[in-house]
Design a protein around this ligand. Structure first.
Ligand code: ATP
Ligand code: MG
Length: 241
């Protein structure tokens, strides 16, 4: 599904160059659940923006479902964002003046879904996520965990095959974070591919594969040896060969 081949991203501001991604390559198959870990500034969000067609690499190629994203026009990239990808962010990014129901309906309006279907689908998604009695609440009247569930419902509105999440539990208490991970695990079982950035080992433990990024490079990838590291283990070195 995802093929990142020798991708680099260099930010240039005035005379300063920052190498955010340095010649990074990996593949993610449809149906995987991947956690991306790494210290602050290691390039995780930059990678996520490229995977989400929100930004383009300085060098290298990104192929999504057989299409070279770098060769697509802006409106074609926008189409991919709206139809194939659901985004979940640390800070929820809900529109504060709209109800939960209207927040979830919004991407369907851009996606050309008829109004009756928008109303029904948004209500069903929110009900499935345990918010059936909160449809008319604005975000400020919801807890963090509830706001994140609205954001997940919104991400699912266009039935995307790929879900990209940047620290989805970063603002949540442990219990709420685990509830969100329970939802992610179910979505993955239903066939959604998930790529999620996290700093937390216990949250990464919900994924089936962990890619560790350091200084814009892949430091370790549990997918490359078929099983994930045990929680809390130091480094990726399994001793001399
Ligand atoms: N728009 C930008 N312009 C210039 N430099 C940038 C820009 N965005 C990110 N960077 C730089 O690129 C590097 C990678 O940033 P990125 O946001 O991808 O890190 P991150 O791994 O997501 O960090 P964090 O865990 O703190 O969110 C950093 O050195 C950052 O300062
Ligand atoms: Mg980041």
């Amino acid at each position: 599904m995802i093929e990142i081949d020798r991708v680099s991203k260099i930010y240039r501001n005035d005379q300063v160059e920052t190498v955010a991604l340095a010649d990074i390559s990996f593949k993610i198959e449809g149906g995987e659940f991947v956690a991306v870990m790494g210290p602050s500034g290691s390039g995780k969000s930059t990678l996520m923006h490229i995977l989400g067609c929100l930004d383009t690499p300085t060098a290298g190629t990104y192929v999504l479902d057989g299409k070279d994203v770098g060769k697509l026009k802006d409106d074609e990239q926008a189409g991919i964002r709206n139809h194939k990808i659901g985004f979940v962010f640390q800070s929820y990014n809900l529109l504060p003046r709209l109800s939960a129901h209207k927040n979830v309906m919004l991407p369907m309006a851009y996606g050309g879904i008829p109004k009756s279907e928008r109303i029904a689908r948004a209500a069903r998604l929110l009900t499935d996520l345990g918010l059936g009695d909160r449809l008319e609440h604005n975000p400020s009247r919801l807890s963090g965990g509830q706001q994140q569930r609205v954001a997940i419902a919104r991400a699912l509105a266009m039935k995307p095959s790929l879900i990209l999440a940047d620290e989805p539990t970063g603002n949540l208490a442990t219990v709420q974070g685990e509830q969100i991970m329970g939802i992610f695990r179910e979505l993955n079982e239903q066939g959604h591919t998930i790529v999620m950035i996290t700093h937390e080992q216990n949250i990464a433990g919900y994924a089936k594969r962990i890619i560790e990024i350091r200084d814009g490079k892949v430091l370790s990838d549990s997918g490359s040896y078929g099983h994930r590291k045990a929680g809390g283990e130091e480094g990726g070195d399994h001793g001399p060969a």
